[in-house]
Design a protein around this ligand. Structure first.
Ligand SMILES: Nc1nc2c(ncn2[C@@H]2O[C@H](COP(=O)(O)O[C@H]3[C@@H](O)[C@H](n4cnc5c(=O)[nH]c(N)nc54)O[C@@H]3COP(=O)(O)O)[C@@H](O)[C@H]2O)c(=O)[nH]1
Length: 816
């Protein structure tokens, strides 16, 4: 046996001990070792007797051995110490060494605690890992022993609360860290856990020592002993502030998307056929499809027969090239109703730039589109009849002319004007008028081919375009059909109404430069139809064209005349038969055009009436005539009346009376020396208003003469209602008065009757001595005519009056 021989019972212990027992001398040489030495370290005990104990000790712990030996040599006590021994296999064994000095020997007991050491090491490592995990995930651990009720916080929990590691709060202090909104909850769940063992997992807000608000996830659970008693509550606290902020942001985003009025759809770009993965409420509302119906589907279920292929191609191209794309596309709701979808599609990329989704933002712009279409329709159509208006008519006319030119066809333009529509409107009311216009529009449309156009041109005027005619004469069938259908009875509230139309026709083979001229031509032809008795048609001719051309030129020249004061006034004397004296003069306008010479009022007055140019002209005439009348009367021996022709438009203007007053005032002419000549037509229209104006004029003292009597309606009955002073018998009755007993009878009758009404009479157009003698012998009245004098300039008139104040008192009037 290599071991020290046993001595009594202690030897047994020495031999059987699970610890190492050995003796060394003061230099550390093994003197004796027990069997456990061999078992534990794997060395043969006999080999080691006489060897230094330092040989089995790891070199890192040699210093420890050396120091212990030194102490023992000095008879000092050595507290237990740990060293690493190296086994025969080269493994390390941790030994807890206790050494004591005996007689010349040192007794050593060494206990293997390698396992404990390994556990300790593992524990330390785990703790470290736990700490790292806590620090990384911002999770701290804590526990509260029920016996002490003092929370123990990990370093991370301390850090979270803004206190130093090792901080030891009371339960109250720990709870006080929670924000007022969270404090009741943590108190409740902690108490429930302590009392009833109910685990908790809460997201709450704490306020750190530095007054920083943090969101934490706090988890707690009860730990029970073997009897089921709760002995500890332990848990973790995790900083989730960042996650909460992100969550809040996400919630905000989600809510925004959800509550957006725009439809939002997200499709998965990485799955086959781009299935929908999200739609918001607006998408559901717009399309009528619910989430369940569309998730997983491709968006093409929104398309339909009217979805424009070009738009779809653009959409596909954008998706294919993973680029943003904007389209307005015709889509269909679940119920099949189409809608206009204003759609933006954008790719959504991940962190490395790969497209993972496409997000589509859509807006239902149907109402907007319809409104725009309505606006466009309104801009191009007449509100009452729904027919195209002038704007659209112009476009169609242009197209029609182009077609005619390209395909060697004809286009016809019909100008349709209802006959005597105004009286219907005026007497039966606008409601009836509107009804007729709508009915006319309907009838016209019904008679035409789909590619023809009926447009409302103005009040009771319609234009019909007949493009694509093989022959000009083809238009006749249409015209006759239209005239017939328009003259059929109209019914309104059970009553029958009759109305006809006059039509002007203009045609072209597409060579016309200015298509609009066709309308003017048709208009002109229509007027001719009117003059020819209504309910008929007329073709436009070159003769009419010449007139139009002339009118256009004349209108332009007239404007220049107004601007450049090219007018003059001439005066024609009026004679009082019984005395042969000049009782008045009629102011007659003269226009001397620098290139065209004299242009007679007969040529331009009616045009000026049509264009409104009569207004500045009339104003000028009135002012000049009144001023000249004042000058004339200043030197005349007898009062000379100034007769001024008043145009219908001038008379009907609301400021007419005021303008007369103003001119009288400015010129200083006595009102009774001013005689206004009005035609029958003026007085026939709006009689009440006309009579009132006449009465007002009469109240001013101004004289009124009714001009051209006998050429118009010449209703004798209305004469008695008119507050006029004088009646001028038209010269057409005078021309043959000597030879034609019928004219003589008319003149006799009118003069006699008018005299009986207490009015004065002037006989116009006396050109010969015979006429004058004949008439003067029968009637004591006034005369005017070339026989006495032609219209003359103001200076000529003055000389005329100066030379001969009573020119026609004698038997022989001067030759003119
Ligand atoms: N609103 C205005 N109308 C005016 C004005 N000046 C003229 N007129 C109207 O133009 C028409 C033509 O006028 P005019 O060519 O001047 O002819 C006048 C006389 O020259 C003509 N007349 C006079 N005596 C005779 C005659 O013996 N024979 C004959 N063949 N013609 C004669 O008659 C015209 C005047 O007619 P009336 O006005 O009816 O008295 C004409 O209608 C004018 O009214 C103007 O300033 N404003």
């Amino acid at each position: 046996m290599p071991f020290v021989k046993s001595q009594g019972k202690l030897d047994q212990f020495f031999l059987l001990s699970q610890d190492l027992f050995f003796c060394i001398d003061f230099t550390g040489i093994f003197l004796n070792v027990n069997p456990m030495f061999e078992t534990l370290l794997g060395y043969s005990a006999s080999e080691w007797i006489g060897k230094s104990c330092g040989k089995v000790v790891d070199h890192r712990d040699i210093a420890v051995i050396v120091e212990a030996l030194a102490r023992l040599q000095s008879q000092k006590k050595v507290p237990p110490f740990d060293v690493r021994a190296i086994t025969a296999e080269g493994k390390i064994v941790w030994l807890e060494v206790t050494a004591a000095v005996g007689e010349q020997v040192i007794y050593v007991i060494a206990r293997d605690f390698s396992r404990r050491k390994a556990v300790e090491k593992q524990l330390i490592r785990n703790q470290r890992l736990f700490q790292i995990a806590g620090e990384t995930a911002l999770i701290g651990g804590w526990y509260v022993d029920m016996s002490e009720m003092l929370p123990i916080w990990s370093n991370e929990v301390c850090r979270l609360h803004g206190v130093l590691p090792g901080f030891q709060p009371t339960v109250k202090e720990a709870i006080d860290f929670y924000a007022p909104s969270s404090e009741p909850r943590i108190r409740e769940v902690f108490e429930d856990c302590c009392k009833h063992g109910i685990s908790f997992d809460e997201e709450l807000e704490i306020i750190t020592r530095q007054e920083v608000r943090l969101w934490v996830r706090v988890i707690g659970r009860a730990v029970r002993d073997e009897l089921g008693q709760i002995i500890q509550v332990q848990g973790s606290t995790q900083d989730i502030t960042e996650r909460k902020a992100t969550e809040r942001q996400l919630t905000l985003l989600e809510r925004s998307v959800e509550s957006s009025t725009n439809g939002v759809v997200i499709v998965d770009a990485q799955r086959h056929d781009l299935p929908i993965v999200y739609i918001n409420a607006a998408f559901e509302r717009i399309t009528g499809y619910s989430r369940d119906m569309v998730l997983g589907q491709n968006c093409r279920f929104l398309q339909g027969k009217e979805s424009d292929p070009a738009t779809l191609a653009k959409l596909r191209k954008g998706i294919h090239s993973q680029q943003e794309v904007h389209v307005v596309i015709r889509n269909y709701r679940r119920n099949g109703a189409p809608f206009w979808n204003d759609l933006y599609i954008s790719p959504v990329r991940d962190a490395i730039g790969a497209v993972t989704h496409f997000v589509g933002v859509q807006n239902d712009i149907t109402a907007q589109r319809e409104y725009q279409a309505q606006l466009r329709h309104n801009a191009n159509h007449d509100a009452l009849t729904g027919l195209p208006n002038r704007l659209l008519l112009d476009q169609r006319l242009e197209q029609g002319c182009l077609m005619a030119k390209r395909y060697h066809r004809y286009i016809a333009v019909l100008f349709v004007d209802l006959d005597d529509f105004k009286p219907i409107n005026d007497t039966l009311g606008h409601e009836v008028g509107d009804h007729i216009l709508i009915e006319v529009a309907k009838r016209l449309e019904e008679e035409l081919r789909p590619w023809d156009t009926v447009a409302r041109f103005g009040g009771d005027e319609f234009i019909v375009l007949l493009p694509d005619l093989a022959y000009e004469k083809d238009v006749m069938q249409v015209v006759e059909r239209l005239l017939a259908c328009l003259s059929a009875p109209y019914w309104y509230r059970g009553g029958e109404l009759r109305i006809t139309a006059s039509m002007g026709i203009a045609t072209d083979d597409g060579t016309i430069n200015e298509p609009r001229q066709l309308i003017q031509q048709a208009d002109l032809a229509m007027y001719k139809a009117k003059r020819q008795g209504r309910n008929t048609y007329q073709w436009y001719t070159d003769e009419l064209n010449r007139k139009v051309f002339e009118r256009v030129n004349l209108r332009h020249a007239l404007q220049q005349a107004i601007e450049q004061s090219q007018f003059e006034l001439h005066y024609q004397p009026q004679i009082y038969g019984p005395t042969g004296q000049v009782s008045g003069v009629e102011a007659l306008i003269r226009w001397y055009h620098p290139e065209r010479g004299n242009i007679s009022p007969g040529q331009f007055i009616s045009l000026a009436e049509d264009t409104g140019q009569i207004m500045p002209i009339s104003e000028w005439v009135l002012e000049r005539a009144c001023r000249d009348a004042v000058r004339l009367n200043a030197s005349a021996t007898m009062p000379v009346t100034m007769a001024v022709n008043i145009s219908p438009m001038q008379f009907q203007r609301s400021g007419f009376l005021a303008s007369i007053q103003r001119v009288l005032k400015q010129s200083g002419l006595a009102p009774e020396l001013l005689e206004l000549e009005l035609t029958e037509g003026v007085l026939m229209e709006s009689t009440e208003h006309a009579i009132q104006t006449l009465q007002d004029l009469r109240s001013l003292g101004v004289h009124i003469a009714l001009d051209d009597f006998g050429t118009g309606f010449s209703s004798l009955s209305y004469l008695k209602h008119l507050p006029i002073n004088k009646l001028k018998i038209d010269r057409s009755f005078v021309r043959d008065v000597v030879t034609d007993p019928r004219d003589a009878a008319i003149v006799d009758g009118v003069v006699t009757m008018v005299a009986k009404l207490g009015l004065e009479v002037l006989i116009e157009g006396v050109e010969t001595a015979e006429q004058y003698e004949y008439l003067n012998a029968r009637h004591s009245t006034y005369f005017q005519g070339f026989y006495f004098a032609r219209p003359m300039s103001f200076s000529a008139l003055r000389s005329f009056l100066d030379e001969s104040p009573h020119p026609f008192s004698g038997p022989e009037p001067p030759s003119t």
